[in-house]
Write a protein that binds this ligand. Structure first.
Ligand SMILES: [Zn+2]
Length: 105
């Protein structure tokens, strides 16, 4: 048994980007959060081993990894108003089925 463990912590970032969603065709926005993987010894946080930035579209709740880490760090430094996320900065991780309920009818 290891006394070390990895703990995942999520922190919402102050970010708001209006979009015309390429998935559902509606107007929505991207919001962003950061995920830390923290190495702990028992329950004592030691250091952050990994930092990842994510964006979520509010219209269809798709989750994107922000591949452009420079933009992620800018949002983190509260310079999100200078950041415009492009499709090439993002990698779609989970695709929500917007039409699930309609299809079930
Ligand atoms: Zn959408």
């Amino acid at each position: 048994m290891s006394f070390f463990n990895i703990y995942v912590e999520r922190e919402n970032m102050d970010f708001y980007q209006p979009i015309l969603c390429s998935f559902c065709g509606k107007y929505g926005r991207y919001e962003a959060y950061i995920e830390y993987h923290v190495l702990r010894f028992f329950c004592i946080p030691l250091f952050i081993v990994k930092k990842k930035f994510f964006a979520v579209s509010t219209c269809c709740n798709n989750v994107y990894l922000i591949k452009n880490r420079e933009k992620g760090f800018m949002i983190k430094r509260k310079q999100g108003h200078n950041v415009f996320l492009l499709e090439k900065d993002l990698e779609l991780l989970t695709e929500n089925d917007c039409h699930g309920t309609e299809a079930a009818l």
